[in-house]
Every structure is written in structure tokens, then in C-alpha cells.
Design a protein around this ligand. Structure first.
Ligand SMILES: C[S@@+](CC[C@H](N)C(=O)[O-])C[C@H]1O[C@@H](n2cnc3c(N)ncnc32)[C@H](O)[C@@H]1O
Length: 263
């Protein structure tokens, strides 16, 4: 049994490592996961208290703690509008570009990055003219993303029959993204709290459904850091309701969607 103060210290540690701030409403969920983490600790003959005092030397356990703490909720074409915006940009701002760079951060289990890829392929953009990077802190989520293997339920959320037929092969009761397509996305680990992106490199960044896990000041700092990696004129798309004011970005609208561009 963990004590309230050990649970509290674990939450502080998670926040220190990832920036994720657990609100009262999510505490129950994370307390369940801390119990799961304790089971892992038992296999290493450690108590939670011993781990908390020495976490820096237990790299694998810390990775497991982070993976347990994250919420990987995602779906193919999670919202339609951002992908409609991509279609619009390809016909306008990005028309004729031969080096279009996209970033999906956080990518979770990959559905956002694959939805982007399918949008580009459906718009007949030659794969030699674009690059997609997809990053997340969660190593388990990234492994799944790289495998591109989705179960029946995940396939029922957002994928059209046409895309399913074109871009997946069947494996058991699930589906797997065809190998030559999986290679078109560069999945890699990235911690928004610690890592820094190279400046001026992306045309489009998806920074969706993550900022709300952070405290207000951190949100602003992370948004401005990530936006710094946009090329001039590049655009950043946040999740629905994730509106962050920064003086360095221009608010824009497309078909009811609010997004931001770098002037
Ligand atoms: C709800 S998912 C959003 C996935 C996708 N962008 C979407 O909108 O469907 C949130 C993701 O944020 C990731 N995450 C949380 N903290 C992070 C951090 N500090 N750095 C990078 N990724 C983080 C989690 O691992 C999780 O996969």
C-alpha cells in the first residue's frame, strides 16, 4: 500500500519529468497507475519510497513510470478540419513546394501522423517532396506507431473504407499500415519539457491535445519553443479548445478552424 504522501511525491516526480500536471479530476486515474507501477517495482525488489529516493539511477523504471502516466488517447482523423486545412494549404501556400516538412508532436500511437500521410497521398503529393517527423515521450506508444498495427476498434475510428483498402493490409482481426508507407514517417522520442527542436524547419506542426496537461506558464513556454521551429509562414495546429495567446503567432481561420501561423 502506498501512502498519500508517496502518491503525492510520485505525482510531483511525474510533473518534474514530463510537465504533466494532474488535476483533481484525473487523480483517481493516475492513482490506479501508480499501483500498477508498484507491481513493477516489486519485481525489482524496490518499494515506491526507495525508488523515489533513487529514481535517477533506475532509468528503465523511470521510462516505465512515464509510459504509465501518459494518456495516449488518439484516433485516425481525430478531427476532420485539420486535415481539410492540409488539403487547402497544399493547393495554396504549399502548392509546388518540393521540400514540405511536417511534424506531429505528440504523435502518441501514430494515428495522427498516418492520417497526415494518407491526406498527402490522397492529394497526389509525391513522397519525395515531403517529410513527416512524429515524436512523443512515450516509448511504448512509439513502438506501436512504428509497427503501424491497429486493432479492429482502432480501425473503426476515423478511417474510410477506401483508405483502409489502399494503405493497410489485414493481420489477424486487425490491420497494419503497409511497410513502404510506414517508412515514410520518422518516429522518434522527444520530451517537450527537455528537448529542443531546430529552428526554422517545419511548414506544418500538429501540436494537438497535449498543452492542456501543462500549467499555464509552461503551455506558453512550450508553444513558443515549438513554434520557433516553424519556417516563416509555417502553421501550427492545436487541439480543439487549446487556445494560447502568444504575440509571435498570427491567429488564422479556415472553415471554422482556428490555427496559427508564424509571420
Ligand atoms: C492525448 S495524446 C495526443 C495525441 C495526438 N496529438 C492527438 O491529438 O490525437 C497526448 C500525448 O502526449 C504525450 N506527452 C505527454 N507529455 C509529453 C511530453 N512532455 N513530451 C512529449 N510528449 C508528451 C503522451 O505520451 C501522449 O501520447
Amino acid at each position: 500500500m502506498t501512502s498519500k504522501s508517496e502518491d503525492q511525491k510520485t505525482l510531483f516526480l511525474i510533473e518534474k519529468l514530463t510537465g504533466i500536471d494532474f488535476s483533481e479530476s484525473e487523480k483517481f486515474q493516475i492513482e490506479k497507475r501508480i499501483k500498477e507501477f508498484e507491481m513493477l517495482l516489486r519485481a525489482s525488489d524496490l518499494t515506491l519510497s526507495q525508488y523515489l529516493d533513487t529514481y535517477e539511477i533506475h532509468k528503465e523504471l523511470t521510462e516505465a513510470l512515464i509510459n504509465l502516466a501518459t494518456n495516449n488517447e488518439t484516433a485516425f482523423f481525430r478531427d476532420k478540419k485539420p486535415f481539410e486545412l492540409i488539403g487547402h494549404l497544399l493547393e495554396n501556400k504549399l502548392s509546388g513546394c518540393k521540400n514540405i516538412r511536417f511534424l506531429s508532436l505528440p504523435a502518441s500511437t501514430g494515428q495522427e501522423a498516418y492520417s497526415l500521410l494518407f491526406t498527402l497521398l490522397n492529394s497526389k503529393v509525391d513522397s519525395k517532396y515531403f517529410q513527416i517527423d512524429a515524436k512523443d515521450i512515450d516509448t511504448n506508444a512509439l513502438e506501436k506507431a512504428k509497427r503501424g498495427n491497429y486493432n479492429r476498434f482502432e480501425m473503426m475510428r476515423g478511417i474510410s473504407d477506401k483508405d483502409k483498402e489502399r494503405y493497410f493490409s489485414t493481420e489477424g482481426s486487425g490491420s497494419v499500415v503497409k511497410e513502404d508507407l510506414r517508412k515514410l514517417i520518422n518516429f522518434s522520442q522527444y520530451n517537450l519539457l527537455e528537448d529542443k527542436l531546430i529552428k526554422d524547419q517545419y511548414d506544418v506542426i500538429f501540436l494537438r491535445n497535449v498543452l492542456f496537461y501543462f500549467k499555464e506558464d509552461l503551455r506558453k513556454e512550450i508553444l513558443s519553443q515549438v513554434a520557433g521551429s516553424l519556417k516563416r509562414g509555417g502553421v501550427i495546429i492545436l487541439g480543439n479548445g487549446e487556445k494560447v495567446m502568444t504575440p509571435n503567432l498570427k491567429e488564422e481561420y479556415y472553415n471554422g478552424l482556428i490555427y496559427y501561423s508564424r509571420p
